[in-house]
Design a protein around this ligand. Structure first.
Ligand SMILES: Cc1cc2nc3c(=O)[nH]c(=O)nc-3n(C[C@H](O)[C@H](O)[C@H](O)COP(=O)(O)OP(=O)(O)OC[C@H]3O[C@@H](n4cnc5c(N)ncnc54)[C@H](O)[C@@H]3O)c2cc1C
Length: 270
């Protein structure tokens, strides 16, 4: 009898990586259902998960990717984090962590999500034990002894001993299964942008707790840094409306002294 597949709903960062890990750890069949079209990428894809943002990968995550044989490819377009500076506005003192002091090659790495998607999806499509259904989604779930029977929008009916909801923060699968979640509006939004620099970042990542919200600068390849600033919505509105020069000047003023000098800002997104 053919073995039933383990089913993952959502082929984003979590679902795609989990499919590869389940296979690595012995699953004979994994089925991945993704609502967005997915195909073997010949260029970095642009899907909801693998968008223009960047992700800081911890040293532990890099070790997981190494174990899957993907660490090398991810590092090809990633900037190593050699030092982390953490500081707080209006307070003396700063915490510094360095790879050299910790005795590791790097504390982590920052990679653009699209490149991460390119590497993960390439590995997914190369694995004959992973069946991708995309674009497709669930249209029904029925609990049965030993697992679930699911129906896909395409009409396919699949039985599985394990159904994994990896369809994002607003997971429909979670709702269907009646798993509760709490939502709380903090009144803050995150603003992101890529920055170009007048000088090399030297692998420094900065996190500064400003009085109105945290600001992070992460090193990127090609002498750029990724900005993530979380602040009160009205303030983010104002900042989005500023001209590039003014936005850069204000940003530099809010950065810790260790941050490199900034010279350009890409599209701002919230
Ligand atoms: C500004 C910002 C910076 C961040 N930086 C970091 C960082 O540095 N490091 C880090 O670890 N994390 C970071 N995160 C968090 C990280 O981006 C998320 O945790 C991660 O993307 C979650 O991945 P996911 O696969 O669970 O969900 P998603 O990325 O939301 O993917 C869900 C997938 O499911 C699909 N889907 C949705 N509904 C269905 C359905 N009904 N049927 C089938 N498929 C469906 C979607 O198309 C999508 O492909 C950051 C987040 C933000 C906003």
């Amino acid at each position: 009898m053919t073995q039933q597949p383990l089913v993952i709903v959502g082929g984003g960062m979590a679902g795609a990586l989990l499919a590869l890990l389940l296979r690595r750890h012995g699953a004979a069949r994994v089925m991945l259902i993704e609502s967005h079209p997915l195909s073997l990428p010949d260029a970095p894809p642009l899907t909801p998960s693998f968008d223009a943002r960047s992700t800081a990968l911890s040293a532990g995550t890099l070790a997981v990717l190494d174990d899957l044989g993907l660490g090398h490819a991810v590092r090809e377009h990633a900037a190593a984090i050699g030092t982390v500076h953490v500081s707080r506005q209006s307070r003396l003192g700063i915490t510094r962590m360095s790879a050299a002091e910790e005795g590791v090659e790097q504390l982590g790495a920052v990679v653009e999500n699209r490149w991460l998607g390119f590497v993960l999806l390439g590995a997914l499509f190369a694995d004959e034990g992973i069946e991708v259904r995309a674009p497709d989604t669930l249209s029904g779930i029925r609990r049965q002894e030993g697992g679930y029977q699911i129906t896909l929008a395409s009409g396919e009916v699949v039985e599985t001993p394990l159904l994994i909801a990896a369809d994002g923060a607003r997971s429909k699968t979670r709702e269907w299964l009646g798993i509760s979640a709490r939502d709380h509006d903090t009144g803050h939004d995150a603003l992101i942008a890529n920055l170009s620099l007048k000088e090399p970042h030297k692998g420094i990542a900065c996190e500064r707790f400003l009085n109105d919200g945290p600001l992070a600068l992460l090193p990127l390849p090609d002498q750029r840094m990724a900005l993530v600033w979380t602040g009160p919505r009205a303030q983010v509105d104002q900042w989005m409306a500023l001209a590039d020069d003014e936005a850069l000047a204000q940003l530099q003023g809010r950065c810790p002294a260790e941050a490199p000098r900034l010279c350009g800002i890409g599209e701002r997104q919230r």
